[in-house]
Design a protein around this ligand. Structure first.
Ligand code: SF4
Length: 465
């Protein structure tokens, strides 16, 4: 049996073992944004330290950026202060910054891959939970806290406990209208939101190999929602094709060297894992969450679970979730009237997501009483969408077409739910209050399902629209 990708990449980046028993890991790429970095830079300054490897850090702004108008100063003084701090810190530390005037600004987990910064075999860290997204390339990527952002800035290393590795083998092919978002929501519903604690997930099997890079990013993005420390897909020709020609990808002789390295770190057929789980991908239908964590999801035509049928440890959470959402056990999600439709986020704000949603919206109108937003994940995604005329498709259907940012995924900007609005959302978290209203309610689903809900005014099976 041979080593899996995770173990190979970890060993290559291990600097040594710390007295605490943790490993010190070199971080190849550090992505920085405005929310978790100001304090980290301040801590660095307090200690008189400077950034050790500025060439390995790249910054952008995403969480607090207004998506309706981007004139400076921002109306929200706190948002303006965070933005100004990032600009100043990046300039003082000689860190490349993709700001609003760069044409390359966007959600940190969208721009890393599209610029070719994210590469197979790397260790990647960012002060944001959904850093697991970058694992789609066969990188091992960790979300880190503010004090760890400080550590990476000061030393380019992290002290880490090595997780075990679970392979999730998704056998068979995904059906029509079923994609990566449905696959990960299904996995979360099966393994639970704590099932991955102590693990990194390797996604494999025919259904995963059949996904494009953007689908793989969606899949890996939500690994953290399952409790896993990271999630990844071993690189293959699909990965290498995506990398070719990207601005920061290796070129010329460097490309050939990189390719040989990338192939060498892939998990072999006979690679060993600490644990394995198997999924029948062909049985999955479009998924919708009914609760207040991403593991509380169900197929669109199935009924919400009865409390008595759930494992004992999940019952109390389900009872509370039903109470908040105003749903009950044994109901179908199809037919639930929605108030808001949100297409965007680092899970589903890429060009393929917008194409799939636009295919549903084309020639249709947003249902009366529904507010629908499309927020591209980056300026480059927005530019590509405009080139393909997708912005017009959405606008003609009655969707608001916005500037790039996190928007209503987290509502750290003016895009928020009001009262107990029910929102069909292509984002990754349905926690209470996540979209800006303590009584707001979020239904997670694929971007095409969100578009279908927007034009129908209720949750519908995409395959019937
Ligand atoms: S889109 Fe949402 S999950 Fe992704 S980085 Fe922004 S706030 Fe975080």
């Amino acid at each position: 049996m041979s080593a899996n990708l995770f173990d190979k990449v970890w060993e290559l980046h291990k600097v040594g073992e710390l007295p605490s028993g943790r490993d010190q890991l070199f971080i190849g790429l550090h992505l920085v944004h405005e929310v978790t970095s100001p304090q980290a830079f301040a801590m660095l300054a307090e200690r008189g330290l400077s950034v050790a490897f500025p060439g390995r850090s790249f910054a952008t702004c995403d969480h607090i950026v207004p998506t309706d108008a981007q004139a400076r100063p921002f109306k929200d003084p706190q948002a303006e202060a965070m933005m100004a701090a990032l600009e100043a810190n990046a300039a003082a530390s000689r860190i490349e910054f993709f700001g609003l005037g760069s044409g390359r600004q966007g959600i940190v987990h969208v721009i890393g891959p599209e610029l070719g910064l994210t590469q197979p075999g790397m260790t990647i860290a960012c002060g944001d939970s959904h850093t697991s997204t970058h694992g789609a390339f066969g990188a091992i990527a960790f979300g880190i806290g503010t004090s760890q952002v400080r550590d990476v800035l000061a030393t380019q290393t992290l002290a880490m406990d090595r997780p075990r590795v679970r392979r999730i083998n998704a056998k068979g092919a995904l059906g029509k209208g079923v994609g990566a978002k449905d696959l990960i929501l299904y996995i979360l519903s099966r393994l639970g939101v704590e099932g991955g604690i102590g693990y990194a997930y390797e996604y494999s099997g025919g259904a995963v190999r059949g996904l494009g890079m953007e689908g793989r990013m969606t899949l890996c993005n939500m690994s953290i929602e399952g409790g896993a420390r990271a999630g990844y897909v071993s690189p293959d020709e699909t990965t290498f094709e995506y990398m070719r020609g990207r601005p920061y990808a290796p070129a010329g002789a460097d490309w050939d060297r990189a390719l040989a390295f990338w192939r060498s770190i892939a998990s072999a057929e006979d690679a060993s894992f600490d644990d394995e789980a198997e999924i029948d991908a062909s049985s999955i239908e479009p998924m919708v969450t009914w609760g207040t964590n991403p593991g509380q999801g169900v197929g669109v035509s199935a009924k919400t679970p009865r409390l008595a049928d759930l494992p004992a440890e999940r019952r109390e959470g389900a009872r509370a979730a039903y109470a908040h959402m105003g749903f009950s056990e044994g109901q179908r999600m199809a037919g639930k009237k929605i108030d808001v439709a949100f297409i965007g986020s680092c899970t589903n704000g890429r060009i393929s997501d917008l194409r799939e949603a636009a295919a549903v919206a084309k020639g249709r109108k947003v249902a009366p009483g529904v507010r629908a937003l499309v927020v591209p994940g980056s300026m480059q995604v927005a530019a590509q969408a405009r080139k393909e005329g997708l912005d017009k498709v959405f606008s003609e259907a009655g969707f608001e077409w916005r500037f790039a940012g996190c928007s209503m995924c987290l509502a750290m900007n003016p895009d928020k739910l009001e009262g107990d609005q029910l929102c069909a959302s292509s984002s990754n978290r349905n926690f209470i209050g996540r979209q800006g209203s303590a009584r707001g309610r979020t239904l997670l689903m694929s971007p095409a399902m969100v578009a279908a809900a927007a034009v129908s005014g209720e949750v519908v099976d995409l395959r019937s629209v």
